[in-house]
Design a binder for this molecule. Structure first.
Ligand code: SF4
Length: 343
Protein backbone atom coordinates (compact mmCIF):
# COMPACT_ATOMS: atom_id res chain seq x y z
CA UNK A 1 0.00 0.00 0.00
CA UNK A 2 1.40 3.40 -0.97
CA UNK A 3 1.21 6.62 1.03
CA UNK A 4 -1.46 9.01 -0.36
CA UNK A 5 1.08 11.46 -1.73
CA UNK A 6 4.52 10.88 -3.28
CA UNK A 7 7.57 10.50 -1.08
CA UNK A 8 10.10 13.31 -0.97
CA UNK A 9 13.74 13.43 0.11
CA UNK A 10 13.13 16.38 2.44
CA UNK A 11 11.40 15.93 5.80
CA UNK A 12 8.09 17.72 6.34
CA UNK A 13 8.40 19.49 9.67
CA UNK A 14 5.64 20.57 12.00
CA UNK A 15 5.56 21.74 15.63
CA UNK A 16 6.20 19.05 18.22
CA UNK A 17 4.73 18.70 21.68
CA UNK A 18 7.56 17.44 23.88
CA UNK A 19 10.17 20.09 24.68
CA UNK A 20 11.18 22.64 27.29
CA UNK A 21 12.93 25.99 27.11
CA UNK A 22 15.95 26.48 29.36
CA UNK A 23 17.52 29.93 29.16
CA UNK A 24 18.67 30.20 25.55
CA UNK A 25 18.40 26.45 25.08
CA UNK A 26 15.57 24.30 23.84
CA UNK A 27 15.58 20.70 24.98
CA UNK A 28 13.56 17.87 23.42
CA UNK A 29 11.91 15.89 26.22
CA UNK A 30 10.51 12.97 24.24
CA UNK A 31 13.28 10.48 24.96
CA UNK A 32 15.99 10.22 27.63
CA UNK A 33 18.68 11.52 25.27
CA UNK A 34 17.13 14.92 26.16
CA UNK A 35 18.85 16.61 23.22
CA UNK A 36 19.64 20.25 24.00
CA UNK A 37 19.61 21.67 20.48
CA UNK A 38 21.06 24.74 18.83
CA UNK A 39 18.79 26.63 16.46
CA UNK A 40 18.46 24.55 13.29
CA UNK A 41 20.10 21.47 14.83
CA UNK A 42 18.54 17.98 14.49
CA UNK A 43 18.44 15.53 17.38
CA UNK A 44 20.08 12.12 17.64
CA UNK A 45 16.96 10.44 16.23
CA UNK A 46 17.09 12.41 12.98
CA UNK A 47 13.38 13.15 13.22
CA UNK A 48 13.26 16.23 15.51
CA UNK A 49 14.91 19.61 15.20
CA UNK A 50 14.96 22.98 16.87
CA UNK A 51 13.69 26.00 14.93
CA UNK A 52 13.73 29.21 16.92
CA UNK A 53 12.36 28.45 20.37
CA UNK A 54 10.35 25.34 19.47
CA UNK A 55 11.05 21.72 18.52
CA UNK A 56 9.63 20.37 15.29
CA UNK A 57 8.87 16.77 14.39
CA UNK A 58 9.25 15.08 11.00
CA UNK A 59 7.21 12.06 12.08
CA UNK A 60 3.93 13.05 10.42
CA UNK A 61 5.20 10.98 7.53
CA UNK A 62 5.34 7.48 6.10
CA UNK A 63 7.91 5.61 4.08
CA UNK A 64 5.79 2.45 4.21
CA UNK A 65 2.13 1.81 5.01
CA UNK A 66 1.14 -1.85 5.18
CA UNK A 67 -2.08 -3.58 6.08
CA UNK A 68 -0.72 -6.36 8.31
CA UNK A 69 -2.11 -8.89 10.74
CA UNK A 70 -1.68 -7.97 14.38
CA UNK A 71 0.21 -11.23 14.90
CA UNK A 72 3.03 -9.84 12.72
CA UNK A 73 3.81 -6.96 15.12
CA UNK A 74 3.89 -9.37 17.13
CA UNK A 75 0.85 -9.30 19.39
CA UNK A 76 -0.50 -12.73 20.31
CA UNK A 77 -2.88 -11.90 23.13
CA UNK A 78 -4.48 -8.74 21.74
CA UNK A 79 -7.48 -8.98 19.42
CA UNK A 80 -6.24 -11.90 17.25
CA UNK A 81 -6.96 -11.58 13.55
CA UNK A 82 -7.30 -7.80 13.78
CA UNK A 83 -5.81 -6.05 10.72
CA UNK A 84 -3.36 -3.27 11.52
CA UNK A 85 -2.64 -0.37 9.20
CA UNK A 86 1.05 -0.11 9.99
CA UNK A 87 3.13 3.00 9.39
CA UNK A 88 6.93 3.15 9.23
CA UNK A 89 8.75 6.49 9.04
CA UNK A 90 12.44 7.46 9.08
CA UNK A 91 14.37 7.91 12.31
CA UNK A 92 15.05 6.19 15.60
CA UNK A 93 16.24 7.17 19.06
CA UNK A 94 18.54 4.13 19.01
CA UNK A 95 21.16 2.83 16.62
CA UNK A 96 20.94 -0.93 17.20
CA UNK A 97 23.90 -2.68 15.62
CA UNK A 98 21.74 -5.56 14.42
CA UNK A 99 18.81 -3.51 13.04
CA UNK A 100 17.06 -5.25 10.14
CA UNK A 101 15.29 -2.00 9.23
CA UNK A 102 18.37 0.22 9.38
CA UNK A 103 17.63 1.79 5.99
CA UNK A 104 14.53 3.27 7.61
CA UNK A 105 15.60 3.65 11.24
CA UNK A 106 18.93 5.34 10.49
CA UNK A 107 17.63 7.56 7.70
CA UNK A 108 17.90 11.29 8.27
CA UNK A 109 20.80 11.03 10.72
CA UNK A 110 24.07 12.86 10.01
CA UNK A 111 25.94 9.58 9.52
CA UNK A 112 22.92 7.70 8.27
CA UNK A 113 21.00 7.11 5.09
CA UNK A 114 18.96 9.50 2.96
CA UNK A 115 15.52 10.56 4.11
CA UNK A 116 12.62 9.40 1.99
CA UNK A 117 8.99 9.67 3.13
CA UNK A 118 5.63 11.13 2.22
CA UNK A 119 3.78 13.56 4.49
CA UNK A 120 0.95 11.97 6.41
CA UNK A 121 -2.15 13.51 7.99
CA UNK A 122 -3.83 11.99 11.03
CA UNK A 123 -7.24 12.37 9.36
CA UNK A 124 -6.13 10.35 6.32
CA UNK A 125 -4.67 7.61 8.49
CA UNK A 126 -7.80 7.36 10.63
CA UNK A 127 -10.01 7.30 7.52
CA UNK A 128 -7.99 4.52 5.91
CA UNK A 129 -8.05 2.50 9.13
CA UNK A 130 -11.83 2.87 9.35
CA UNK A 131 -12.27 1.69 5.75
CA UNK A 132 -10.29 -1.48 6.53
CA UNK A 133 -11.78 -1.89 10.03
CA UNK A 134 -8.18 -1.89 11.21
CA UNK A 135 -6.14 -0.67 14.13
CA UNK A 136 -3.36 1.81 13.43
CA UNK A 137 0.15 0.59 14.21
CA UNK A 138 3.51 2.33 14.32
CA UNK A 139 6.40 -0.04 13.66
CA UNK A 140 9.46 -0.83 11.44
CA UNK A 141 11.36 2.13 12.91
CA UNK A 142 10.72 3.77 16.31
CA UNK A 143 7.03 4.17 17.04
CA UNK A 144 7.42 6.63 19.91
CA UNK A 145 8.86 9.30 17.61
CA UNK A 146 5.30 9.51 16.28
CA UNK A 147 3.84 10.32 19.71
CA UNK A 148 2.03 13.44 18.51
CA UNK A 149 0.58 11.61 15.50
CA UNK A 150 -0.42 8.75 17.80
CA UNK A 151 -2.37 11.16 20.02
CA UNK A 152 -4.06 12.81 17.01
CA UNK A 153 -5.06 9.49 15.42
CA UNK A 154 -6.32 8.03 18.70
CA UNK A 155 -8.48 11.12 19.31
CA UNK A 156 -9.92 10.97 15.79
CA UNK A 157 -10.40 7.22 15.89
CA UNK A 158 -12.00 6.96 19.30
CA UNK A 159 -15.56 7.30 18.04
CA UNK A 160 -14.93 4.56 15.46
CA UNK A 161 -13.17 2.05 17.71
CA UNK A 162 -9.79 2.56 16.00
CA UNK A 163 -7.14 1.54 18.48
CA UNK A 164 -3.48 2.52 18.18
CA UNK A 165 -0.67 0.04 18.85
CA UNK A 166 3.11 0.43 19.01
CA UNK A 167 6.11 -1.78 18.40
CA UNK A 168 8.57 0.28 20.40
CA UNK A 169 12.02 0.41 21.95
CA UNK A 170 10.39 1.96 25.03
CA UNK A 171 13.07 4.66 25.22
CA UNK A 172 10.87 7.48 26.46
CA UNK A 173 10.95 10.00 29.28
CA UNK A 174 8.52 9.41 32.10
CA UNK A 175 6.67 12.60 31.09
CA UNK A 176 6.26 11.33 27.52
CA UNK A 177 5.10 7.88 28.60
CA UNK A 178 2.52 9.32 30.95
CA UNK A 179 1.30 11.72 28.26
CA UNK A 180 0.89 9.21 25.44
CA UNK A 181 -0.18 6.08 27.39
CA UNK A 182 -3.87 7.08 27.58
CA UNK A 183 -3.96 7.04 23.77
CA UNK A 184 -2.38 3.61 23.33
CA UNK A 185 -4.26 0.30 23.34
CA UNK A 186 -1.37 -2.17 23.10
CA UNK A 187 2.41 -2.01 23.08
CA UNK A 188 5.05 -4.57 22.22
CA UNK A 189 8.21 -3.32 23.88
CA UNK A 190 11.76 -4.51 23.26
CA UNK A 191 14.01 -5.46 26.17
CA UNK A 192 17.19 -6.00 24.20
CA UNK A 193 19.82 -6.77 26.85
CA UNK A 194 20.10 -7.69 30.50
CA UNK A 195 22.59 -5.09 31.71
CA UNK A 196 23.40 -1.45 31.07
CA UNK A 197 26.79 -1.88 29.42
CA UNK A 198 25.66 -4.46 26.91
CA UNK A 199 22.51 -2.50 26.19
CA UNK A 200 24.44 0.71 25.53
CA UNK A 201 26.94 -1.08 23.31
CA UNK A 202 24.15 -2.75 21.35
CA UNK A 203 21.77 0.19 20.97
CA UNK A 204 23.53 3.44 21.90
CA UNK A 205 20.94 4.02 24.62
CA UNK A 206 20.43 3.31 28.32
CA UNK A 207 18.44 0.33 29.56
CA UNK A 208 17.01 1.74 32.81
CA UNK A 209 14.43 4.10 31.19
CA UNK A 210 13.12 1.22 29.08
CA UNK A 211 12.46 -0.87 32.17
CA UNK A 212 10.67 2.15 33.68
CA UNK A 213 8.50 2.46 30.55
CA UNK A 214 7.77 -1.26 30.66
CA UNK A 215 6.77 -1.19 34.33
CA UNK A 216 4.62 1.91 33.89
CA UNK A 217 2.74 0.61 30.85
CA UNK A 218 2.33 -2.89 32.29
CA UNK A 219 0.64 -1.43 35.35
CA UNK A 220 -1.64 0.77 33.21
CA UNK A 221 -4.63 -0.22 31.07
CA UNK A 222 -2.37 -0.66 28.01
CA UNK A 223 -1.94 -4.27 26.91
CA UNK A 224 1.80 -5.09 26.97
CA UNK A 225 3.86 -7.82 25.33
CA UNK A 226 7.68 -8.01 25.34
CA UNK A 227 10.18 -8.98 22.63
CA UNK A 228 13.86 -9.82 22.95
CA UNK A 229 16.25 -10.55 20.07
CA UNK A 230 18.26 -13.56 21.22
CA UNK A 231 21.77 -12.46 20.22
CA UNK A 232 24.69 -14.83 20.90
CA UNK A 233 27.37 -13.26 23.13
CA UNK A 234 25.02 -10.39 23.99
CA UNK A 235 21.92 -11.76 25.71
CA UNK A 236 21.34 -15.39 24.67
CA UNK A 237 23.31 -16.75 27.64
CA UNK A 238 21.38 -18.37 30.49
CA UNK A 239 22.09 -15.61 33.01
CA UNK A 240 20.85 -12.85 30.68
CA UNK A 241 17.72 -14.78 29.76
CA UNK A 242 17.02 -15.45 33.44
CA UNK A 243 17.40 -11.77 34.37
CA UNK A 244 15.01 -10.54 31.69
CA UNK A 245 12.52 -13.33 32.45
CA UNK A 246 12.58 -12.36 36.12
CA UNK A 247 11.98 -8.68 35.31
CA UNK A 248 8.89 -9.68 33.37
CA UNK A 249 7.71 -12.19 35.97
CA UNK A 250 8.03 -9.58 38.74
CA UNK A 251 5.38 -7.52 36.94
CA UNK A 252 3.19 -10.41 35.79
CA UNK A 253 3.75 -14.00 34.73
CA UNK A 254 0.93 -13.44 32.24
CA UNK A 255 2.86 -10.95 30.08
CA UNK A 256 3.68 -12.69 26.76
CA UNK A 257 7.40 -12.81 25.93
CA UNK A 258 8.55 -13.20 22.32
CA UNK A 259 12.06 -14.61 21.90
CA UNK A 260 13.23 -13.52 18.46
CA UNK A 261 15.80 -15.58 16.58
CA UNK A 262 18.72 -13.34 15.59
CA UNK A 263 20.01 -13.21 12.02
CA UNK A 264 23.20 -11.23 11.24
CA UNK A 265 22.47 -7.81 9.76
CA UNK A 266 23.70 -4.19 9.53
CA UNK A 267 26.67 -3.76 11.91
CA UNK A 268 26.64 -7.36 13.17
CA UNK A 269 27.27 -9.30 9.98
CA UNK A 270 30.07 -11.25 11.66
CA UNK A 271 27.85 -12.55 14.48
CA UNK A 272 26.25 -15.97 14.17
CA UNK A 273 22.51 -16.72 14.18
CA UNK A 274 20.85 -17.99 17.35
CA UNK A 275 21.08 -21.77 17.61
CA UNK A 276 17.85 -23.77 18.02
CA UNK A 277 19.35 -25.22 21.21
CA UNK A 278 19.80 -21.68 22.61
CA UNK A 279 16.16 -20.86 21.87
CA UNK A 280 14.99 -24.12 23.47
CA UNK A 281 17.09 -23.41 26.56
CA UNK A 282 15.73 -19.85 26.78
CA UNK A 283 12.14 -21.12 26.66
CA UNK A 284 12.86 -23.50 29.55
CA UNK A 285 14.50 -20.74 31.60
CA UNK A 286 11.53 -18.43 30.98
CA UNK A 287 9.09 -21.13 32.05
CA UNK A 288 11.20 -21.87 35.14
CA UNK A 289 10.86 -18.16 35.98
CA UNK A 290 7.11 -18.73 35.95
CA UNK A 291 6.17 -17.07 32.65
CA UNK A 292 2.99 -18.57 31.25
CA UNK A 293 3.27 -17.41 27.65
CA UNK A 294 6.65 -17.71 25.91
CA UNK A 295 6.94 -17.66 22.13
CA UNK A 296 9.75 -18.15 19.60
CA UNK A 297 9.82 -15.93 16.49
CA UNK A 298 11.62 -16.42 13.15
CA UNK A 299 12.01 -20.11 13.85
CA UNK A 300 10.02 -23.29 13.41
CA UNK A 301 7.18 -23.77 15.91
CA UNK A 302 6.78 -22.06 19.23
CA UNK A 303 3.96 -19.66 18.34
CA UNK A 304 1.00 -21.48 19.87
CA UNK A 305 -0.68 -20.67 23.16
CA UNK A 306 -1.38 -23.47 25.59
CA UNK A 307 -3.44 -23.25 28.75
CA UNK A 308 -1.08 -22.67 31.70
CA UNK A 309 -3.27 -24.92 33.86
CA UNK A 310 -4.17 -28.00 31.76
CA UNK A 311 -1.77 -27.42 28.81
CA UNK A 312 -4.51 -27.79 26.21
CA UNK A 313 -3.75 -25.90 22.97
CA UNK A 314 -6.05 -22.86 22.88
CA UNK A 315 -4.69 -20.57 20.11
CA UNK A 316 -2.62 -21.75 17.17
CA UNK A 317 -0.69 -19.58 14.72
CA UNK A 318 1.43 -19.87 11.63
CA UNK A 319 4.10 -17.31 10.74
CA UNK A 320 1.72 -14.43 10.15
CA UNK A 321 -1.71 -15.16 11.58
CA UNK A 322 -3.94 -17.01 13.98
CA UNK A 323 -5.09 -20.30 12.45
CA UNK A 324 -7.23 -21.62 15.32
CA UNK A 325 -8.72 -19.98 18.40
CA UNK A 326 -10.89 -22.20 20.60
CA UNK A 327 -11.11 -19.87 23.60
CA UNK A 328 -14.54 -19.51 25.14
CA UNK A 329 -15.00 -15.99 26.52
CA UNK A 330 -11.23 -15.75 26.88
CA UNK A 331 -11.04 -19.03 28.78
CA UNK A 332 -9.64 -22.50 28.11
CA UNK A 333 -12.41 -24.74 26.67
CA UNK A 334 -11.04 -27.75 28.58
CA UNK A 335 -10.66 -26.41 32.13
CA UNK A 336 -12.08 -22.86 32.03
CA UNK A 337 -8.85 -21.14 33.12
CA UNK A 338 -8.80 -17.50 31.99
CA UNK A 339 -6.10 -16.87 29.38
CA UNK A 340 -4.60 -13.43 29.86
CA UNK A 341 -5.28 -11.04 27.01
CA UNK A 342 -7.82 -8.86 25.27
CA UNK A 343 -9.59 -11.33 23.03
S1 SF4 B 1 13.42 12.21 20.45
FE1 SF4 B 1 15.18 12.72 19.12
S2 SF4 B 1 15.57 14.91 19.44
FE2 SF4 B 1 14.21 14.21 21.09
S3 SF4 B 1 15.60 13.74 22.80
FE3 SF4 B 1 15.25 11.82 21.68
S4 SF4 B 1 16.91 11.69 20.15
FE4 SF4 B 1 16.85 13.82 20.91
Amino acid sequence: MEPDVPATEQPHWRPAQFFSREGNGVRCTLCPHLCNLRDGETGICGARRRIGDIIETASYSATVIHLDSIEKKPFYHYRPGRPVLTVGAPGCSMACRYCQNYRLSQAGKPTGLPWRAAPLEAEDLATRARIHNAAVGFSYSEASLASELTIDVARLGKAHGIDVVWKTNGFLTQHAVETVAPYLSAVNIDIKAADENRHRRLTGAALAPILETFRYLASSRVWVEVSTPMIPDVNADAESVRRIANWIAEISVDIPWHLVRFNPDFGMMQARPTLPSELDAAVEIAKDAGLNYVYVERSMGGRDTTCPNCHAPVVQRDIWRTTSNVLINGGCPACGTAIAGKW
